[in-house]
Write a protein that binds this ligand. Structure first.
Ligand code: HAM
Length: 410
C-alpha cells in the first residue's frame, strides 16, 4: 500500500472543518485590523530564499531543477516571497500596505508532533511603515490573533540592537557561535568560547542581558543603543493596548533578515515544539531590487495552534436526507434544490435503496428525513421526520424548510 511522504499529513473532513473554523477566526481578526489577503507561488527561484534566510533554513529547503534547468525551491517561508511580490506588483501603492496570507511551507526537518515537512503559516506583513507604532501594531495584532481562537500562550518581545551592541567587536562567525550558545542557554560553552576568543568578561554581560526582564536594566547592561526612544514607545503602545508580554533580549530568531524589534509566542500546553509564532521588523526589499523599505510581520504556526487547541468540534450543519420512492424522485429533486437554495445541507440516496433502507441509513447520518412518495406527490406535501426525536409531520415545503431552519446547527 502506498503511503504519504514522511512529514506530511492527510486531513479528514472533521479535521478540515476544525482547521477552517480556526483559520476563519485568524482571517477575521486580520480583516478587522485592515489586513487583506495575498497569495504567492508555492515555489520560487532558489535565490530568493538563499539571499537572507540564514543557514538553518537553507539546509532544510526542498530544492529542485525544472525541465528548463532553473533552480527552484518550495517555499520554506512566505515573507521573502511577499516582499518580492510587493516589488514586482505594488511598490508604487500608497504606504503602508497591510497584507496577510495563509499557505503551506516546506522544510526538510525531522518530523515529530508539531514539526512537519509540510506545514501551514498564517502570516502578516506590514510594508512601508518605519515607526514605533508600526512595530507595536504587528505585536498587538499577533496577540489578538492568538486570542481569537482561544490559544493560551506566552509572548516574548525583544530587540536585536541591545545584543548587537555587546557583540560589536566580534567577527560575524564568532557572533554566530556566541548567539548559538545563548539560544540554547548553554552558558558553560559560552564562557569557554569567549575565553578562547580573549573576551572572558563578555560572558557575564551577555547572560545578564538574556536573563533581564526590564528595559532599564537591559540598557544598563548593553549601554546606549540608537533607537532607545522608539523601543520605549513601542512597549508603551503594547501596555496601553493591554498586550501581555515579557521582555527577552535573548531572542535570536532562526531567519537572518530581522533588523530591530523581534518577538515569539509559545503555547502553554505544548512540549518541545511549542513556538507557535515568530516575527519582527526587517528589511528585504532592497536585496530584491526595490527601495530600502522597512517592514515588519509575523507568522503563526497554524498546525501548532491546532495541536494546542486540541479536539475542538466546530459547529456542524444540520443534515437533511431526502428520502424518496421512484414515483417521488422528480419531486424529491425539486425539494432538494429548495433546501440547498435555503443554505441547508441536503443529500439524496445514490445507492438505489428502498424507502426503509434509505431511512435506516438517514438515521445514522442525518438530523431530518424528508420523505416523498406517491402520497406526498399527490397532496403537494412532504413528510418531515426529526430523526433525533422520532417526531413526524406532514407539511407543505415552506413549513418544512422553516422547521429545519429553526433547528439550527447541530
Ligand atoms: P519562523 O519562526 O521560521 O518565521 O516560522 C513561523 C512559525 O512557523 C514558527 O513559530 C512555528 O510555529 C511554525 N513552524 C516553523 N517550522 C515548522 C514546522 N516544521 N512544522 C510546523 N510548524 C512550523 C518565519 O517563517 C517568518 N517568515 C515569520 C515572519 C513574517 N517574520 C516577519 N514576517
Amino acid at each position: 500500500m502506498l503511503q504519504k511522504p514522511r512529514g506530511t499529513r492527510d486531513f479528514l473532513p472533521d479535521e478540515m472543518e476544525a482547521r477552517r473554523s480556526v483559520e476563519w477566526s485568524l482571517r477575521e481578526t486580520g480583516r478587522r485590523w485592515g489586513y487583506r489577503e495575498v497569495c504567492t507561488p508555492a515555489f520560487e527561484d532558489l535565490e530568493l530564499f538563499t539571499m537572507r534566510s540564514g543557514e538553518g533554513i537553507i539546509g532544510e529547503m526542498y530544492v529542485f531543477e525544472d525541465k528548463g534547468g532553473r533552480k527552484l525551491a518550495l517555499r520554506p517561508e512566505i515573507t521573502a516571497a511577499v516582499i518580492r511580490m510587493y516589488i514586482n506588483e505594488a511598490k508604487v501603492s500608497p504606504k503602508p500596505l497591510r497584507w496577510c496570507y495563509f499557505a503551506d511551507c516546506f522544510r526538510y526537518e525531522r518530523p515529530q508532533k508539531g514539526r512537519y515537512r509540510q506545514f501551514w503559516q498564517f502570516g502578516v506583513e506590514l510594508i512601508g511603515a518605519d515607526t514605533a507604532m508600526a512595530d507595536a501594531e504587528v505585536i498587538m495584532l499577533a496577540a489578538d490573533m492568538l486570542d481569537a481562537p482561544g490559544v493560551r500562550y506566552d509572548l516574548k518581545v525583544g530587540h536585536l540592537a541591545l545584543m548587537k551592541n555587546l557583540l560589536l567587536d566580534l567577527e560575524p562567525s564568532a557572533r554566530r557561535k556566541v548567539r548559538a550558545h545563548l539560544d540554547k542557554r548553554d552558558y558553560t560553552s559560552l564562557k569557554e568560547t569567549l575565553a578562547e576568543m580573549g573576551k572572558p568578561d563578555l560572558a557575564d554581560s551577555l547572560v545578564s542581558l538574556v536573563e533581564c526582564r526590564t528595559l532599564e536594566k537591559a540598557f544598563e547592561i548593553a549601554g546606549e543603543v540608537p533607537g532607545r526612544e522608539r523601543i520605549e514607545q513601542t512597549l508603551g503602545a503594547l501596555d496601553a493596548y493591554g498586550v501581555k508580554y515579557t521582555l527577552n533580549f535573548g531572542i535570536a530568531r532562526g531567519l537572518d533578515y530581522y533588523t530591530g524589534m523581534v518577538f515569539e509566542g509559545f503555547a502553554d500546553n505544548l512540549g518541545a515544539e511549542n513556538q507557535i509564532l515568530g516575527g519582527g521588523s526587517y528589511r528585504l526589499a532592497h536585496l530584491f531590487g526595490g527601495d530600502d523599505v522597512a517592514s515588519c510581520g509575523f507568522a503563526i504556526g497554524f498546525d501548532r495552534v491546532m495541536v494546542s487547541l486540541g479536539d475542538t468540534k466546530p459547529r456542524q450543519d444540520s443534515v437533511v436526507a431526502i428520502v424518496s420512492t421512484e414515483d417521488g424522485r422528480a419531486r424529491a429533486l425539486e425539494v432538494s434544490r429548495a433546501f440547498r437554495s435555503a443554505g441547508i445541507r441536503a443529500e439524496m440516496d445514490l445507492m438505489d435503496r428502498g424507502l426503509g433502507a434509505q431511512l435506516a441509513h438517514a438515521s445514522k447520518s442525518a438530523d431530518f428525513a424528508v420523505v416523498i412518495g406517491k402520497r406526498e406527490v399527490e397532496s403537494g406535501t412532504v413528510t418531515l421526520k426529526n430523526l433525533r426525536s422520532g417526531e413526524q409531520k406532514s407539511l407543505d415545503l415552506p413549513a418544512a424548510l422553516a422547521e429545519v431552519e429553526a433547528h439550527g446547527a447541530r
